[in-house]
Design a protein around this ligand. Sequence first.
Ligand SMILES: NC(=O)c1ccc[n+]([C@@H]2O[C@H](COP(=O)([O-])OP(=O)(O)OC[C@H]3O[C@@H](n4cnc5c(N)ncnc54)[C@H](O)[C@@H]3O)[C@@H](O)[C@H]2O)c1
Length: 363
Amino acid sequence: MEHTMKAIKTAVVGLGMMGSSQIRNCLWKLPQYEITAICDPFTPNLDACRILFTERGLPVSCYSDLADLLEHADCELVVIVSPDYTHEKIACDCLRAGKHIRLEKPLAITPAGCANIQRAQAQSGKLLQIGLELRYASPTRQMRAWLPRLGELKMLTCEEFRPPFLPKRGLVDDWITKKEYTGGTLLEKNCHHFDLFNWFAASRPVSVYASGDGLVEYAKTDILDNAFVTVEYENGIRAMLALCLFAPKKIAGSSLNELEMGLLGNRGRLELRGDEVFVWDRETGGEECWHYARENFEAHSDDIIPSLVELADCIRNGGEPLTGIQAGINSALVSFAAERSAEQKRIVTIAEIESESGLKFIV
Ligand SMILES: NC(=O)c1ccc[n+]([C@@H]2O[C@H](COP(=O)([O-])OP(=O)(O)OC[C@H]3O[C@@H](n4cnc5c(N)ncnc54)[C@H](O)[C@@H]3O)[C@@H](O)[C@H]2O)c1
């Protein structure tokens, strides 16, 4: 079906580390997409990306201003890969201009920002896919497939002991280490993991308790570099995230960025270690292992590619992406509660964030 599809004319907005990687490693590999326009207000990054197109002999329109792009560029989809603090305005502007969007995580850095995007999308009737691509990762899909072997799921664990954030150059240098530009580490980084918790638990989270601090890498900033976060779900499942950004744990062959995950049920246990998934059976004591031979390690492209294939299918044939706006809202709600919990050292309910923002967690 895909190879006969008319290519989707696409603009990419935000041409830093992730934007240029998504062009080179994902969009250029998929015949479903034709990049017609690129945009970045930071001239060095716009120029560097323009050169990539010139080297390949590909025509592309270059813009430093989004309004200009939305007025003149020929595109039906905008892939938004700009910093977190710009997501709300860029997403709303693109939706109001009648474009489908693929928006990097997190949805927005405040609950009000998420609500604004939700309104803009509802009014536009356009598709929104959020970049929570861990759901599309092959190891995660293998865990999904083996889930029934656990009986009833009871606990979820996630451990991310990774290196600190890479330096960022742009209009705001190192925006990622400043809470006002990201909403904090538990939103910027861990919305991915809360999304997986929400997806596997398939229930409403009730409350969140987070204990965290900036102790080593980010001692001089206002973001966390370590935390334990527990989430309790309505169906009795409890989930715990352990995060550390100053003592990375490198797993040989791992590509999911030092992520380890465990799913514990009354009949067994599933574990993700690097690119291997293990299932252990409580009755027999036997263990089975599944190994994924990953091809492309750069910036999650092996996971983003299947999400882009799905998005193209939704645009051409109808349907909702697996990670649509509700997944973005749900993971952001847990993240907002976690950030507040760590700051105020108290249990924060999801209902508290919902009632302030009008957002609603929907399973
Ligand atoms: N899914 C993942 O695993 C993953 C990994 C890394 C980054 N990201 C997300 O991708 C986004 C970009 O991150 P990055 O690491 O590439 O950051 P970056 O700082 O390297 O690049 C961001 C680019 O956006 C540009 N920009 C700034 N304001 C803009 C605006 N108003 N309009 C258009 N462009 C603008 C900057 O000039 C820069 O070139 C972030 O939202 C981040 O959370 C996701």
